[in-house]
Write a protein that binds this ligand. Structure first.
Ligand code: XMP
Length: 319
């Protein structure tokens, strides 16, 4: 693709000119936008770039290791990578908190605090690198009339770090162009095709109080769901699909015994812009395999439900 080829080349050149010998700090989430931004910066300025990846303990199964594998010291790129294991901090802050907006606020604030602490250790940086893409630019200019949910974005770090300027190499790109640039840069396909994953992570896919035990349950269930959807080859029409842990326990039977365990909810939606969405009609055979595997393999779950609701009136995420 000659156009993408020239975008990558000219962007790397421009970044070099702009940054010179300066230091750049980047928050990396492992999502496609921040990954492509980080790789462009790494190609341009190498070790002048430091990427901070905050593991808040609310990531999907194996995600933290995957991100470290790609961007860490044994990974594919020339950059400084810092992974912060902040699980305990987040779990402690979330103890006893059940209200969705309160959870979102705590996770967003704690994220900034952790990032800020890491930035302080690095000292003065000249630039803050961000994976802002064109739709983000438009959206923030529109001034939404009603706030349905307070969004937490890894890119949206307010003035918590001492820096001169922001660099946003993807500011003029749409999502599919970001993906093309990512392929041009040899970023692994599973990062490029990653589904949108909310900043508050699994924190808003566990209805009610978040505990480490519940995180494990939803991670396992979600991993099984993703594995089987991929295996069945039905992922391509889906905008987003994931497992959530309801806050409901119900009675079941296992062998001769009674169980009283959680219900997992499976969600799969088709959408063009995530503002509205339709519940996807996944093949029954796939749902059936996923259900059997989840109740057999995930301890603490004895029921699996499928969410048939569109947006509106539901939202895509549960909180
Ligand atoms: P809802 O649940 O509002 O989700 O229908 C629409 C899309 O936005 C994602 N989402 C978020 N993304 N920070 C993000 O970066 C957030 O706080 C957040 N909340 C929801 C959601 O996954 C879906 O793709």
């Amino acid at each position: 693709d000659w156009k993408m080829d020239s975008f990558v080349e000219s962007t790397i050149q421009k970044l070099r000119e702009k940054i010179g010998t300066g230091k750049v700090l980047c928050a990396l989430s492992g999502g496609v936008d921040s990954s492509v931004a980080a790789v462009l910066l790494s190609k341009a300025i190498g070790k002048q770039l430091t990427c901070v990846f905050v593991d808040h303990g609310l990531l999907r199964k194996d995600e933290s290791e995957e991100v470290e594998g790609v961007f860490g010291p044994n990974g594919h790129y020339d950059l400084n990578f810092i992974r912060v294991d902040a699980k305990e901090r987040f779990y402690n802050k979330l103890k006893g908190v059940t209200e969705p907006e309160a959870k979102r606020k705590i996770i967003g604030e704690e994220f900034i605090r952790v990032f800020e602490e890491e930035a302080k250790k690095i000292g003065k940086v000249d630039f803050l690198g961000q994976g802002t893409i064109y739709p983000d630019v438009i959206e923030s200019g529109l001034g939404k009339s009603a706030v349905i949910k307070s969004h937490h974005n890894v890119g949206g770090l307010p003035d918590c770090v001492d820096f001169k300027e922001i660099v946003e190499p993807l500011r003029l790109l749409f999502k599919d162009e970001v993906r093309r640039a990512g392929r041009e840069l040899n970023i692994p396909e599973y990062l490029i095709n990653r589904q949108p994953f909310p900043g508050p992570g699994l924190g808003i896919r566990i209805i009610g109080e978040v505990t480490e035990e519940k995180v494990k349950i939803v991670q396992e269930a979600d991993a099984i769901y993703r594995e089987e959807v991929a295996k069945a080859g039905v992922a391509k029409d889906l905008g987003q699909y994931f497992a959530a842990l309801t806050n409901m326990r119900s009675v079941g039977v296992m062998g001769d015994g009674r169980t009283y365990d959680y219900a997992i909810a499976l969600r799969a939606v088709m959408t063009s812009d995530f503002m509205t969405a339709e519940s996807a009609q996944l093949p029954w055979e796939v749902l059936s395999i996923v259900t059997t595997r989840i109740v057999n393999e995930v301890k603490g779950v004895n029921r699996v439900l499928y969410d048939c609701t569109g947006k509106p009136p539901a939202t895509i995420e549960f909180e």
